[in-house]
Write a protein that binds this ligand. Structure first.
Ligand code: CA
Length: 218
């Protein structure tokens, strides 16, 4: 699973990007200033970095320069400015692409996927045991045969995969998949888990964890 670092000091934007990318099967980490970001970059390996230019402490240009000198991580910079000189400066520093605020989240996701494809890191389709998931069109196959999932079943599956081998609390699963649409209802969740187990033939893989909730063991 591709790991993406989001460097952005506006938490609302950062959260929006994180949710959109996680829904597409990416693992995301966020940093709210240039200093935190450079610490993360030194300690972790990322498949892509999304980099805001106007940042506290170390700005995006400086960070981009540092990334380019020491790492080969693909980078897309985010700029609030529409001036051509900023884009040129970023691209000259070696960024792979840029996006101007305000942007449509779908456009950002498309740019991320295009850059990853260029680096042969595309994760449109990934295998998890005998199940393969296409994140781009949200389709699922079991041993090569299509499995039809409802949108909520798909979201639930992605959440279990992102947290595989970790026990998840029922309330947490419910909140992540259903958000504020519904009051927490254990029956709805249990029913979706049962259907997912049946459709994927994962009765033994999606485990009930006593007094906690569920865990995908894979
Ligand atoms: Ca900013």
């Amino acid at each position: 699973m591709n790991k993406i670092l989001i460097v952005e000091d506006e938490i609302a934007i950062s959260d929006l990007i994180k949710i959109a990318l996680e829904n597409r099967g990416y693992m995301c980490q966020t940093a709210k200033d240039g200093e935190i970001a450079s610490n993360y970059i030194e300690k972790n390996v990322y498949d892509l970095i999304l980099l805001d230019i106007m940042l506290p402490k170390v700005d995006g240009y400086e960070l981009l320069d540092y990334i380019r000198k020491s790492y080969e991580t693909p980078t897309i910079f985010i700029t609030a400015k529409s001036q051509t000189e900023d884009k040129i400066k970023g691209l000259n520093l070696g960024a792979d692409d840029y996006i101007t605020k305000p942007f449509e989240i779908e456009e950002l996701v498309a740019r991320v996927e295009a850059v990853l494809r260029r680096y042969n890191k595309g994760n449109e389709e990934q295998n998890f045991g005998d199940v393969s998931i296409n994140f781009a069109n949200r389709s699922v196959k079991k041993l090569g045969k299509n499995v039809s999932l409802t949108p909520k079943e798909f979201d639930l599956l992605i959440l279990l995969i992102q947290n595989r081998n970790c026990a998840l609390y029922r309330e947490v699963i419910f909140e992540k998949v259903w958000g504020e649409e519904l009051e927490f209802e254990t029956r709805t969740l249990d029913l979706h888990i049962q259907r997912l187990r049946k459709k994927l033939g994962w009765k033994d893989k999606i485990k009930t964890v006593y007094k906690i909730g569920y865990m995908l063991e894979i």
